[in-house]
Ligand binder design. Structure first.
Ligand code: PGA
Ligand code: ZN
Length: 434
């Protein structure tokens, strides 16, 4: 039974406020209490169709305070779920959705509902004395995710000239998650050395990847391939590359074109690409580099473009919809029907409850789409997504560079989970179908 609930305002990895919730479950027979705590992340390149992140819009914290969301937890949500069975996650989430009463969590705030939803799951797992991944996933839970590790940041996550938001490496041939993590960390350090040797900046962006000024995607990819080779791994075999273009940020509705401000500034001329030029650009990039996955290659509303992109590249690489699907089953269902993309990025705060995120994962997997579990660029020490990635046998997790504790918290939690699973832990190339 839920006997107490408490929300508070804390800070995220960018120094902005975010929501934390604590739940107490009391065993009605023994009187024993179990606590669960969870913190909510926050994006920078947020999709237009995401659930609402309630911000105070007052002077404190430049309008980013979350006192209203916290107060919703401590009043309306507390009233609605106190006394309820904390082991019934779906029911609790349904009450949260109904108490909010909107399509986009605009009333209570998805930051309020998600903090509570995750904290309830944690407390429930504790009350049963089982790990969170097992509580969420059940007895068959065993697949460790391949890291999709962002080692070079651009776009909205850094102040450099790189226009694509994320350049990631995937250690697809590692023996285990721990081995894969080591490979990624070694490549990360080699990349740092290469950047230093070339006199390029080794400062990092929001997700811990380096953020040097480079003229275009090819220049970044050359450096990453060099770092993989210097680490004694074979690009395309041991380690593959993934991109998050976050192209909704590059798209200009007035011109109908994708604008590349960084590339333009370093090349001294306006670089713009239309949808078909973007698709052709990706075709060139995947023929020149060992790219396994491209996320948000086109803008969140460019369904026609996405259809073409999927027709051209969908049987060659993974095409991930982030801003396109926003972890929302309605948008995913539309995408599946239109044969758009072949994977969904899952960010729990895009939708606002654990059950709805898991519903999106289930829908994806049932329809042959991959689900990539993801952090946000603004993170906390919360490791919920590490457990979630194992629980749903997602096979892939995107949670930043091996640098900055908000990112490593997730990787370190996965190391613990793998150790605990012992010999049943599995690790495999996630895209052998493609
Ligand atoms: P965000 O970036 O958290 O800033 O939205 C992550 C992503 O786009 O995948
Ligand atoms: Zn993205």
């Amino acid at each position: 039974q839920i006997t107490n609930i408490h929300g508070r305002e804390i800070l995220d990895s960018r120094g902005n406020p975010t929501v934390e919730a604590e739940i107490t479950l009391t065993d009605t027979v023994t009187g024993r209490r179990y606590g669960g705590r969870a913190c909510v992340p926050s994006g920078a390149s947020t999709g237009r169709f995401e659930a609402v992140e309630l911000r105070d819009a007052e002077t404190r914290y430049f309008g980013l305070g979350v006192k209203k969301a916290v107060s919703n937890i401590n009043t309306k949500i507390k009233e609605a779920i106190t006394g309820r069975n904390g082991l019934n996650q779906v029911e609790i989430d349904r009450i949260l959705i109904e108490t909010d009463g909107t399509d986009n969590k605009g009333n209570l705030g998805a930051n309020a509902t998600l903090a509570v939803s995750m904290a309830v799951a944690r407390a429930a797992a504790k009350s049963l004395n089982i790990p969170l991944y097992q509580y969420l996933g059940g007895a068959y839970t065993r697949l460790m995710p391949v890291p999709m590790m962002n080692i070079l940041n651009g776009g909205r996550h850094a102040a450099n000239t790189v226009d694509f938001q994320e350049f990631m490496i995937m250690p697809v041939q590692a023996e285990s998650f721990a081995d894969g993590l080591r490979i990624c960390a070694e490549i990360y350090h080699f990349l740092k050395k290469i950047l230093e040797e070339k006199g390029l900046a080794t400062s990092v962006g929001d997700e811990g990847g380096f953020a040097p000024d480079l003229p275009d995607a090819e220049a970044v990819l050359d450096l990453i391939v060099e770092a993989i080779e210097k680490s004694n791994y074979f690009p395309g075999q041991d380690v593959k590359i993934a991109l998050d273009v976050a192209s909704s940020e590059l798209y200009n509705e007035k011109t109908g074109m994708y604008h590349f401000p960084g590339e333009s500034s370093l090349k001294g001329k306006d670089i713009v690409r239309d949808t078909s030029e973007m698709i052709a650009y990706y075709e060139d990039l995947i023929s020149d580099y060992p790219i396994l996955s491209i996320e948000d290659g086109l803008a969140e509303d460019d369904w026609d473009g996405w259809k073409h992109l999927t027709e051209r590249l969908g049987d060659k690489i993974q095409l991930v919809g982030d801003d396109l699907f926003v972890t929302n089953t309605k948008r995913l269902d539309a995408g599946i029907k239109l044969h758009v993309a072949n994977a969904i990025l899952v960010k729990v705060n895009q939708i606002g409850t654990v059950s709805e995120a898991m519903e999106a994962i289930e829908m994806a997997q049932k329809n042959g789409y991959k689900a990539v579990i993801s952090h946000r660029s603004g993170e906390t020490e919360d490791t919920f997504i590490a457990d979630l990635s194992v629980a749903v046998n997602a096979g892939q997790i995107k949670t930043g560079a091996p640098c900055r504790s908000d990112r490593n918290a997730k990787y370190n939690q996965l190391l613990r989970i793998e150790e605990e699973l012992g010999t049943v832990a599995a690790y495999k190339e996630p895209l052998n179908k493609i």
